[in-house]
Design a protein around this ligand. Sequence first.
Ligand code: SAM
Length: 331
Amino acid sequence: MRTKDAVLADINAELPDLDWAEGARRYLEVFFQRYSREQIEMFAATKPLAAITPEDPAGSLAEIVSYLNHFSNTIHLLRLPRGARILDVACGPGWVSHWLTRLGYRTVGVDISPEFVALARKRLAADPCLDIPAADLEAMFETVDLERQALPERLAGSFDAAILESCLHHFVDPIAALENIRRGLAPEGVVLIIESDNRQGPIRDDYMRVMLDTQTLERPYSRAQLLEILAHAGFPAVEFFGPINGFFPESAQAGADLNAALARITSDANICLCATSEAALLRLVPSRAVGPSEPASPDPRLALATRLRAATPAWVRPLLRPLGRWWLARR
Ligand SMILES: C[S@@+](CC[C@H](N)C(=O)[O-])C[C@H]1O[C@@H](n2cnc3c(N)ncnc32)[C@H](O)[C@@H]1O
């Protein structure tokens, strides 16, 4: 494996020489001027369930759907009990913390931007279903530069999970940030990283334009780079995931739709669950225990049912379905 310095030099090789931490701190201030404080606050209070934008309806709908999918996939994958402690890393306007709190989890959100932290507190304070005392809200969100500052001492070793929704690519030194996050984890704690891009070559022009415009980092990692980053940060156990979400029609088209979805997911995302030990990961991903895959021997009755179904005209299938279920349920 390459040294930590070599990895950092590689991931940052193409970056313009800007003060990224200062850019992240000033991000909201710039946007308050560019749009209006009211508009930005509305966005922060409602993300990701903001209205579809008229300027880019398809793009904004895709973004909303992807955030919703990420969230439901996250809670389904982690399967944490009520009251579990979750670190919302680089929480921005705090929507992940907000929804997790609604579910009964105990969350702490940290972000480099004091403006974002203030908006996150405001968002949760405004929820009439939560009724969180002001002192608790203070403690639920902290301004922390995760690359340069340790998490507050009271949080060390406390989290069952840390969630990094669309933020790892914002760190110049993701290794330092992840080491810091690791110190916040309980012994069996896990880290879920959601990065919607898996870098395939040089940084794309559209990312470069955004970086120069906003002075915030939009630099995705390749999967190989991400694995090196995680190894240096003390996360040797890593499992990548491909999200497949959607309602697939029970018709001849279903196969084609599913194939299209699979092609989309395998190309782009870098979504992974990481832990400091195999045992912690195995708890949530038991299939890691299975060695080189042996195809499961098919149930002969199921195989026959599938063949019969394929040979039956579509209009007859609903009539035969109860009979099929009864037959398959027999032991
Ligand atoms: C794209 S936003 C994602 C925010 C949030 N996770 C969400 O889904 O809305 C990236 C966030 O990273 C934060 N950030 C950037 N550098 C950071 C650092 N060094 N320490 C903590 N937060 C940082 C930014 O302030 C910003 O809120």
